[in-house]
Design a protein around this ligand. Structure first.
Ligand SMILES: N[C@@H](CCC(=O)N[C@@H](CS)C(=O)NCC(=O)O)C(=O)O
Length: 221
């Protein structure tokens, strides 16, 4: 059976779990990382020398890096669905996965850390505003892409939507200023109707470090 190592609330584990949910694959997930620890253990480092999550083992094949895992699972189990069977659509899906990791995600993760993962008394309003502005500006690019299609690569959900949509849930549930993003908003609302998204992405993450850690334990396995 497919095994996944990683706490449920990790921004990089959630896309893997959502993809698994979309494809209806049987799996076993192990809570490691964050307050669960375990990433410095020799057994774990032998699988993933980075000591990060996620890591998977699919019938003896070990893989880390969330986007590489998404591509592998999509190719193996989701050809024609998460992995478009058309070469150019597949390349476009790939493009938007890379775009997320290199262009939008760095702003998103910084914004997440300077809000939810920082004690309210230590927050820097100027940094939060600057970060939110940079992320909003990046998301305008995605908004333009979604102007005339329901999903990022075309008219159905593909692997491109998975990491982008994972970020979208957090983004729309942070207490920050957002620009007008009508198409991203409509796409996000479509994602919210998907059972696998609801199960693996749409769960509460709290508003401060204490709530974050409490929910991390409560939403674990
Ligand atoms: N580029 C890696 C990043 C992995 C990563 O940084 N994971 C974070 C969680 S989002 C982690 O392992 N943090 C340490 C921890 O959870 O204890 C990927 O996409 O898989």
């Amino acid at each position: 059976m497919l095994e996944v190592w990683g706490r449920r609330n990790s921004s990089n584990v959630m896309p893997v779990m959502w993809a698994i949910g979309e494809m209806g694959l049987p799996y076993r997930r192990h809570d490691v990382g964050g307050s669960f620890g375990g990433l410095d253990q020799p057994d774990y480092l032998a699988m993933n020398p980075n000591g990060r999550v996620p890591t998977i083992n699919d019938e003896g094949f070990v893989l880390w890096e969330s986007n590489a895992i998404l591509r592998y699972l999509s190719r193996r189990y989701g050809t024609g669905s998460l992995l478009p069977d058309n070469e150019t659509e597949c390349a476009i899906a790939d493009q938007w996965m890379e775009w997320l990791k290199t262009t939008a995600y760095p702003h998103y993760i910084e914004l997440f850390w300077v809000t939810v993962r920082t004690e309210p008394a230590n927050r820097d309003a100027g940094r939060i505003a600057a970060c939110a502005e940079r992320l909003g500006k990046a998301l305008k690019i995605l908004d333009a892409r979604l102007a005339d299609r329901a999903y990022i690569a075309g008219d159905r959900l593909t692997m491109a939507d998975i990491p982008n949509g994972t970020m979208a849930f957090r983004y729309f549930n942070l207490d920050v200023v957002r620009p007008e993003l009508p198409n991203v908003t409509a796409w996000y609302e479509r994602l919210c109707e998907r059972p696998a998204y609801r199960e693996h992405v749409m769960f509460p993450f709290g508003r401060n470090p204490a709530e974050w850690y409490r929910l991390e334990r409560e939403t674990g396995s």
